[in-house]
Design a protein around this ligand. Structure first.
Ligand code: APR
Ligand code: ZN
Length: 375
């Protein structure tokens, strides 16, 4: 009955940087050709939302509907859409997969570039937005805008998932968990019996731990300055803990001693350029691989002595864990349904949309791993 007509619904609107989100009635226009209108049922809050909210994102445009870690049900589709139909359960994808661009055709990357420039400007591929509030156009975010009861995305930015999926859990497969899990499995390609260390035991770092465990790593060392993270991290496969605050020496020296020369694989899941250096330098000479997963503040630069690389350490990075999104996210959902991938344990808080600012607060204080919002 709503097909082809605008829908008025609740959304958390970010009117300007550094201001709390405001729950507003927004109008969501019907999908144009190759677009999908989705009823978002659940969304989690992630650091990238906070980063833009705080005005750190050079590309950030306002007013905007944030949110990119969500799940919902297709309400209607525009002309030419064949990948999903009304009623399908779906996950919006901030890295799309067009299957046509140079990047999609290469097995070496997941960074589809098809909608990169419009997505960065807060609009859909035709250059316009589907949200209006108080007569003003509201921009979209990361091609997803999941902090709204309805959103419109490009058809390459969504994937159909199993009809039996609990949306309050699988929404996490929109960002943080696949990012960490894939960093271990796809980007670093951790092997059986290896020694791994992870800086930052938030949701992303704990998802790395799950990936290392799945790959059969022998030692998984968690490095965090917040000792309250240690107990919970055991559930995700972390076997030992190191708090840099307990040591005088640089943490890389401590780890090199603990591991007879260094780690086979390290992961930075903090987003701090100093811990990125530590993670590289804690790697074993000759073969250690360090993967950057955390996102550093705009303009920051990394440093090390080139000798570190000359002597065989490798510095890598990953976005969305290297997963080609449309192909992989439905499979990660199956892994969750088959109990091969943990998700429930990441969810520390559940709340309604009108408490979304509280979810940001819990993330900043480190109290939450993930807060899931019901729309
Ligand atoms: N050394 C070790 N751990 C640190 C340090 C440090 N110097 N500084 C902070 N940490 C820890 C925090 O105590 C926290 O447990 O890093 C962890 C970061 O976790 P969260 O804030 O929950 O972040 P998460 O959602 O896991 O995302 C990690 O990835 O999404 C990117 O850039 C984003 O910073 C974010 C990172
Ligand atoms: Zn592509």
């Amino acid at each position: 009955a709503t097909q082809g007509k605008p829908i008025t619904c609740k959304a958390a609107v970010c009117w300007a940087p550094k201001t709390p989100l405001v729950i507003e009635d927004v109008e969501v226009a019907p999908p144009n050709a190759h677009e999908v209108r989705i009823q978002i049922i659940h969304t989690a809050v992630c650091h990238t939302d906070a980063y833009t909210l705080e005005g750190h994102d050079a590309e950030g445009v306002f007013p905007v509907v944030l949110g990119h870690e969500g799940a919902g049900i297709v309400e209607s589709v525009g002309e030419g859409v064949t990948c999903v139909k009304p009623g399908d359960k779906v996950i919006p994808l901030y890295i799309p997969q067009c299957k046509e661009c140079k990047f999609c055709k290469s097995p070496k990357t997941n960074l589809c570039q098809k909608v990169r420039s419009t997505q960065g400007r807060g609009v859909l591929p035709d250059g316009t937005t589907r949200f209006t509030c108080k007569g003003k156009p509201i921009y979209s975010f990361m091609g997803c805008s999941t902090f709204s009861q309805y959103t419109v995305v490009a058809d390459i930015s969504v994937c159909k998932i199993n009809d039996d999926s609990p949306l309050d859990k699988v929404c996490l497969l929109g960002c943080g968990v696949p990012t960490g899990y894939g960093a271990a499995l796809n980007t670093a390609q951790v092997d059986k019996g290896s020694n791994c260390a992870i800086w930052g035991l938030g949701a992303v770092g704990l998802a790395v731990a799950l990936g290392c465990k799945t790959a059969g790593a022998s030692r998984i060392i968690g490095v965090d300055i917040n000792p309250s993270k240690f107990e919970v991290a055991k559930k995700f496969g972390v076997t030992e803990f190191v708090n840099p605050k307990d040591h005088e020496k640089p943490i890389q020296d401590v780890l090199v001693e603990m591991t007879d020369g260094g780690l086979d694989y390290t992961f930075e899941c903090v987003g701090n350029v100093h811990t990125m250096r530590s993670a590289l330098e804690a790697c074993h000479k000759g073969w250690g691989v360090s993967t950057i997963v955390g996102v550093a503040a705009a303009g920051q630069e990394i440093a090390t002595r080139p000798f570190q690389l000359v002597t065989g350490r490798v510095w890598k990075g990953t976005a969305f864990g290297g997963w080609k999104s449309v192909d992989s996210v439905p499979k990660l959902v199956e892994d969750y349904l088959n109990k091969k991938l943990m998700l429930d344990e990441f969810i520390t808080h559940n709340m309604p949309l009108d408490q979304i600012n509280q979810a940001f607060h819990l993330m900043h204080t480190g109290e939450s791993l993930r807060a899931v919002i019901q729309l």
